[in-house]
Design a protein around this ligand. Sequence first.
Ligand code: ADE
Length: 248
Amino acid sequence: MRLDVVTIFPEYLEPLNVSLVGKARVNGLLDVRVHDLRQWTHDRHNTVDDSPYGGGPGMVMKPDPWGEALDAVRADGDPGIAPVLVVPTPSGRPFTQELAVELSGRPWLVFAPARYEGIDRRVIDAYAEQWEVHEVSIGDYVLAGGEAAVLVITEAVARLLPGVLGNAESHRDDSFAPGAMADLLEGPVYTKPPVWRDRDIPEVLVSGHHGRIARWRRDQAFRRTDAHRPDLIERCDPAALDKYDRAL
Ligand code: ADE
């Protein structure tokens, strides 16, 4: 998968060299290219923003550098591969595991993280006529810019790519994973030693009884979801849970 990020803070994307995403790059599974938006400015001050039409606080990112940047990134890629534009913004649609799965199936993602009050709307409208465009929010809070959101989205997408996680099974039981545990949060996990500060691990986990263990995990997931995300329980399909129980 190819990833391009156009930003006024290229150094903000340094964490893409670390850990899971960094390893995926080294292994050739991810081709990440970070570009400084200011290279597509033509004035002495490398201006990327201006005051908003209609007045109001803050500044708006100018369309010209963004247009040139996106055209240059496009021209530098395989003409046979369609880029998907991802614009992080608090006013976007919520970023979910479902969208992460969808994006992980695309060969080329181009991220346009904004600073200030956002990018001139015409840029998104113009590219939406030629590219698939997703405006996404990573949560109901406002960051100083979209770069941190790019890191979040990239990590969620990269770990779904074949060969990136060591164990192919390891995202099967993820919270929010499509399938049997859909809409439930993951329950607690334990490892050695069996006693730590006088605390035992739940006995069922060493029972060797796979059916009981699976049932216990499902019950724990349900309790945790009820405590932390009652909204998820509400949209839970009881039939899906029953089907899961019968399979145990
Ligand atoms: N930029 C600023 N806040 C954001 C958010 N919550 N999600 C995505 N991009 C953002």
